[in-house]
Design a protein. Structure first.
Length: 165
């Protein structure tokens, strides 16, 4: 009777089988731990700061802004006074619902003549909209409350809310 036969005879499992079970257990543990690693996803686009710095308030027009940084996927909803670039970062962790961990909006507003009037960057801090940077040609900033409404509703809309029954 060989060594493996003697171990079986004693009531123990063969050494090779024990080693394989240990490796399978370690592999299962590793897969379980890796499945719990967070996954981050970025949605949307905002221009880089050097590109935004190239926009001259009071001088650039819609066409020159489009050449410098491109057109956004969203513009003014009620009227065409501004362009909005929106970017969000979401954290997906296991079976939990995704959580938005960062949101930034760049708002470029234009005069009736199509000249840049204002360039603002907004962020999301603890669920509140805050202004990260602002360049304006006058002291009265119009549409900020409207922009805050947009920021507050992004991510809360569901497709079923938009469909008619």
């Amino acid at each position: 009777m060989g060594l493996a036969g003697r171990e079986r005879h004693k009531g123990g499992s063969p050494t090779g089988l024990r080693r394989m079970v240990r490796w399978l257990g370690a592999g299962a543990l590793a897969v379980t731990l890796l499945a719990c690693a967070p996954v981050f996803r970025n949605h949307g686009y905002i221009p880089a700061e050097p590109d935004l710095a190239a926009i001259e308030v009071g001088r650039d027009t819609r066409d020159t802004v489009a050449e410098k940084i491109g057109r956004p996927s969203a513009s003014g909803l009620l009227n065409d006074v501004g362009w909005f670039y929106v970017q969000s970062r979401w954290k997906h962790y296991g079976a939990k619902a995704p959580k938005e961990i960062d949101r930034q909006v760049v708002s470029i507003t234009f005069t009736d003549a199509g000249v840049v009037q204002n360039v603002e960057r907004f962020g999301l801090e603890d669920g509140r909209v805050i202004t990260l940077s602002r360049r304006v040609t006058d002291t009265n900033i119009e549409g900020v409350s409207f922009l805050r409404q947009i920021m507050g509703s992004i991510g809360r809309l569901r497709a079923e809310d938009l469909l008619d029954d």
